[in-house]
Write a protein that binds this ligand. Structure first.
Ligand code: DON
Length: 338
């Protein structure tokens, strides 16, 4: 057969495609990405492990006793790969990070409109335990990530008694973590003994008809949810459901609707780091949520979830090293959603 110019270039093109498929995609596109994520996690750890500014939360006495040297980073991709560095198996209390998972359950049970109408979704711009935030808003509207809104969200959950409500909530958290979590009893007791400020907030909401059940019962459930023991690895796995549009990357099961995922991420963007949320969005550009136990989760939709644990906090109650590490990781992985 006489090879025409056309057939030569056709064969050349097919060979090139085969070369690309066989060699470039599996070896040169996927493998470096895997190496690159681990490199970035290692770099973030090394960059910030020698400095540890801030101070542990101490208004809950048990938190002051946590070793402030802990530093753990975990990242999960939607295909279920887990990258870790440092103290990623150390348990600590989930604290306010619990609020996003409780919000997710309330949305699934009651619908997104109920949260908008009965709790509110605007950022308060004030501290997480602010009474002023309630007082200055004529509708007494807050958001589900500050203490007032989080307790109101708990009060909306299904369950006629303490046992029923807690078992549903605990099972919900377990589904996200893909394992059975437990409560850190010392933190639960310590916070229960000292939570008169939260009780005052709940009572204030009752006075404005913005609390939807018994104060004792719902305050107790809220306190228990904040005392759930998690590791940085657990949190990255839990947050991976938000990064994967509501489907758990490790089980393939859908836990929540993609509409509700979008709404949870919206509230995380505007209020996840309280009065510092604007600066965080400006600088890092990822929906995130902090807890006074020292954890922070952040979500890059469709790309990854990341969790960092480091107990020392800034004045707003956000872990300083966790913010630094996530800022670095987001920048290196070009993850800013904006
Ligand atoms: O209710 C509280 O004050 C704590 N259980 C949770 C506060 C918290 O984690 C604020 N986050 N940065």
């Amino acid at each position: 057969m006489k090879l025409t110019h056309y057939t030569v270039s056709k064969y050349a093109l097919i060979s090139l495609q085969i070369l690309v498929l066989v060699f470039v995609s599996p070896l040169h596109a996927k493998a470096p990405q895997k190496i690159q994520i681990q490199t970035v996690i290692d770099e973030a750890y090394n960059k910030f492990s020698q400095q540890n500014p801030g101070k542990n939360a101490d208004y809950i006495p048990a938190l002051a006793k946590v070793d402030s040297a802990y530093f753990g980073l975990a990242l999960v991709t939607p295909d279920g790969k887990i990258y870790t560095k440092g103290d990623v198996d150390q348990s600590f209390s989930i604290q306010s990070i619990s609020k996003v998972f409780t919000l997710a359950l309330a949305m699934e049970e009651k619908g997104a409109q109920t949260i908008l109408d009965k709790v509110g979704v605007n950022a308060t711009g004030l501290a997480f335990n602010s009474v002023t935030a309630i007082e200055q808003n004529p509708a007494r509207s807050v958001n589900p990530l500050v203490n007032a809104g989080a307790m109101a969200t708990v009060s909306l959950l299904d369950g006629s008694n303490d046992k029923a409500k807690w078992s549903t909530l605990a099972a919900w958290y377990d589904k996200f973590a893909n394992r059975q979590l437990s409560v850190l009893q010392d933190v639960y007791k310590s916070e229960s003994d000292t939570n008169s400020h939260n009780r005052a907030i709940a009572e204030l909401l009752v006075s404005y008809d913005r609390f939807y059940g018994d104060v004792d019962l719902n305050l107790d459930i809220y306190t228990r949810q904040c005392s759930v023991a998690v590791t940085a690895k657990d949190l990255a796995i839990m947050a991976s459901v938000f990064a994967n549009n509501g489907v758990h990357p490790l089980t393939g099961k859908r836990l929540m609707s993609s509409d509700n995922v979008a709404r949870v991420l919206a509230v995380m963007t505007t209020a996840g780091l309280y009065e510092n949320s604007g600066q965080w969005a400006y600088q890092v550009g990822l929906p995130a949520k902090s807890g006074v136990g020292g954890g922070i989760i952040a979500v890059s939709p469709g790309q990854f979830s990341v969790a960092v644990f480091s107990p020392r906090l800034d004045a707003a109650g956000n872990s300083i090293r966790a913010q630094q590490a996530i800022d670095y990781i987001a920048e290196q992985l070009d993850a800013n959603v904006f």
